[in-house]
Design a protein around this ligand. Structure first.
Ligand code: PEP
Ligand code: MN
Length: 301
């Protein structure tokens, strides 16, 4: 590519929030060119177009008792990936008495539960200073929606070459999201999983819902890239009764994995108590996903 052409095509002559042909050619070359992507997690689970891993667990690692209870249940259900955050971004600075970020203590509990049950761990990295501790235990590092364009954080996380879940910011276009994803790939990390988790729209159909799951983003992203596209209906809807229909809709739209928030006693979840599924609801959802995924030749993991 000549220098002149490069400069010409980087100048934003027709500013748009959606991808142009020039963007596809020049701005996200890595994300668009990689074929048949398979993101292996410790050689135990793969994210790809053929699989449908389910990631489940509570919002936060509230206590050792909670995380062991959830892990025991997931093990029984054949789910291989446990989620739970020890470091948490919260929309407001005030925390209920029940809620404390358990930080390093929470990471130690995740470590224990991982060794005891042999589960893979997904947890969020909110700041570079926590990365060293988190990476000792986590098998997948989650970049939360609020940090999607925290490029310094993205860079440092990517350098570790561990699998990453990059969540779409609730106000970001696909163009912004793929730009952030390209930042991961330029660091030489191809172990990227992209997650749709709901966007801000004028009406979200309930006063308790803040976002709407952008189902259309799933085929839109799959049209452009071969990286696994997963869906998080829990953080999108904020409302447990909608998680099942939205999870099934995500499978029908072609997602390559799901994040489902669950808690043994949702109303006593330290944060977002309206959102997690209880064990019974999770089991019912898992059965339905298993049936539906057969239609799409996807293997539930
Ligand atoms: C989460 O996964 O717990 C979370 C906070 O997600 P998001 O960044 O999508 O809000
Ligand atoms: Mn959460």
């Amino acid at each position: 590519m000549s220098k002149k052409l490069f400069v010409k095509n980087l100048s934003n002559k027709n500013p748009t929030k959606d991808l142009t042909n020039d963007d596809l050619k020049f701005k996200i070359p890595k994300i668009t060119s990689k074929k048949n992507v398979i993101v292996k997690i410790n050689n135990q689970v793969s994210f790809s177009r053929k699989n449908l891993p389910i990631i489940a667990g509570p919002n936060g690692v509230e206590s050792k008792k909670l995380i062991f209870k959830v892990a025991k249940f997931l093990r029984k259900k054949g789910v291989k990936i446990l989620r739970g955050h020890a470091y948490k971004p919260l929309t407001f600075p005030y925390r209920s008495k029940k809620y404390l970020e358990t930080k390093d203590q929470g990471m130690d509990w995740l470590d224990e539960v991982k060794k005891y049950f042999g589960l893979l761990i997904v947890t969020e990295v909110t700041e570079i200073k926590y990365l060293e501790r988190i990476s000792l235990t986590a098998d997948i590092l989650q970049i939360g929606s609020r940090n999607m364009q925290n490029l310094e954080l993205l860079k440092e996380v990517s350098k570790l070459k561990k699998p990453i879940i990059l969540k779409r910011h609730f106000g970001a276009s696909i163009r912004d999201l793929l730009g952030a994803a390209e930042h991961v790939l330029v660091e030489g990390n191809n172990k990227l999983i992209i997650c749709e988790r709901g966007v801000s729209i004028p009406h979200t159909h309930r006063d308790t819902s803040r976002f709407a799951l952008d189902i259309q983003a799933i085929p839109a992203l799959k049209e452009i890239c071969n990286f696994p596209i997963i869906s998080d209906p829990s953080h999108a809807s904020f409302w447990a009764p909608w998680v099942e229909p939205l999870a099934l809709a995500s499978v029908a739209a072609g997602c390559d994995g799901l994040i489902i928030e669950m808690h043994p006693d949702p109303k006593n979840s330290a944060v977002d108590p309206l959102q997690p599924l209880n064990f019974k609801q999770f089991s019912q959802l898992q059965k339905k996903i298993t049936k539906l995924s057969k239609l799409f030749n996807k293997k539930i993991i």
